[in-house]
Design a protein around this ligand. Structure first.
Ligand SMILES: [Zn+2]
Length: 297
C-alpha cells in the first residue's frame, strides 16, 4: 500500500493507493500553515496514522508540494506554504514517520500520475503541464520522473518569453508564467482596456460571446502558449503534453494554442499531441503515492 499526500498552501489531501492503483481511502484537512512548521508536520503524521489504521499495512509515503528540495542543502524552497521554506521537510518527516519519505514538486507528481495511468499512459516521454495561478511542468521518461541535477527539470514557467515583459515573482521579467497563467490573462485583459470587475471565467465567457477585448486576450494567451510550448517540444520532443490546472479546461489551448505551437516547432511535420489530463484533481495526490513503485507482494 502506498500513501500519497498533496501538501498545498490551504489544504492537505492524503490517499491510500492499492497495488492496482485504486484509491481505497482519502482524507482532506486544512493545512495549519498559520500554526507553523511543526503543526504542518504533525498534521501529516496524524493523517498517515489515521489512514494506516484502516489497513494492516505500513505504507510507503510520497509527498507532492509546490517548490523543490535544494539538491545541495536538502532544504525546501519556492513553496507557497511559506513556513516550509528553508526547512528540511524530507528528513524531519522521515524522523517523525520512521521510514524513508519521497518529496517531489507537485507538477512532477501531476506528470507522473498522468504518465502512469492517465492521458500519457503508454507513451515513452510525457511532459505534464500545470497551468493555473502559476505555470509548472514535469518530465517523465518511461514512467520514471526526471527531476534533474538541481531538481528544476520541467520548470518551463520561468523560461524567458518576452524581453521586458511583466514582472515575475521570481525576480525576472517576461517569464512564461507572467504571460500564460490565469492571473496573466486577467492582467492582459485589463491592460487592453477590459472591464476591471471581470475574472478569468467571465473573460472566457465574454470571448465566447464575441467581446473584442476578451477575444484579443484569449488570442494573446494562445499565441504565448504556442511559442512557450514550442521551446519545450524542440528540446524534449515529448510523445504527449498533458495539461492540468484551471486553464487546462480551455478548449482553445488544444486547437488555437496547438496551431500556434506548430508554427514554431522545428520540423516539417507536427506530431506533438497536446491533451487534457485524465486524473483531474486527483492527479497530484496519485502521483505522490506513485513516487514509490507498487510493492510486488
Ligand atoms: Zn519567473
Amino acid at each position: 500500500m502506498r500513501i500519497g499526500i498533496d501538501l498545498g498552501g490551504t489544504k492537505t489531501e492524503a490517499i491510500i493507493m492499492d497495488r492496482g492503483g485504486d484509491i481505497i481511502a482519502r482524507e482532506r484537512r486544512p493545512t495549519p500553515q498559520a500554526d507553523g512548521y511543526d503543526a504542518v508536520l504533525d498534521n501529516i503524521a496524524t493523517m498517515v496514522a489515521e489512514l494506516e489504521a484502516r489497513t494492516s499495512h505500513t505504507c510507503s509515503v510520497g509527498i507532492g508540494t509546490p517548490g523543490s528540495l535544494s539538491a545541495s542543502s536538502g532544504l525546501l524552497k519556492n513553496s507557497n506554504t511559506v513556513c516550509l521554506n528553508g526547512k528540511p521537510l524530507k528528513t524531519d518527516l522521515e524522523a517523525r514517520l520512521q521510514r524513508p519519505v519521497r518529496v517531489e514538486n507537485d507538477a512532477n507528481c501531476f506528470g507522473l500520475s498522468e504518465a502512469v495511468d492517465g492521458a500519457g499512459r503508454g507513451h515513452d516521454c510525457v511532459f505534464g503541464v500545470i497551468m493555473g495561478t502559476g505555470v509548472g511542468g514535469g518530465i517523465v521518461f518511461r514512467q520514471q520522473l526526471h527531476s534533474g541535477a538541481q531538481h528544476i527539470a520541467g520548470e518551463w514557467g520561468h523560461n524567458p518569453l518576452q524581453e521586458g515583459g511583466p514582472a515575475c515573482y521570481c525576480g525576472r521579467r517576461g517569464c512564461v508564467e507572467t504571460l500564460i497563467s490565469g492571473p496573466a490573462v486577467v492582467a492582459d485583459y485589463r491592460a487592453l482596456g477590459g472591464d476591471e470587475s471581470r475574472d478569468l471565467p467571465t473573460i472566457v465567457a465574454a470571448a465566447e460571446q464575441g467581446d473584442v477585448i476578451a477575444t484579443t486576450a484569449m488570442q494573446n494567451l494562445y499565441r504565448h502558449f504556442g511559442r512557450a510550448i514550442a521551446s519545450v517540444i524542440n528540446l524534449l520532443d515529448p510523445d504527449i503534453i498533458v495539461l492540468g490546472g484551471g486553464l487546462s479546461n480551455l478548449a482553445g489551448l488544444y486547437t488555437a494554442g496547438a496551431e500556434q505551437a506548430r508554427k514554431h516547432v522545428f520540423n516539417d511535420e507536427y506530431r506533438s499531441i497536446i491533451a487534457p489530463n485524465q486524473n483531474g484533481d486527483s492527479a497530484g495526490v496519485r502521483g505522490a503515492a506513485q513516487l514509490w513503485p507498487a510493492a510486488a507482494d
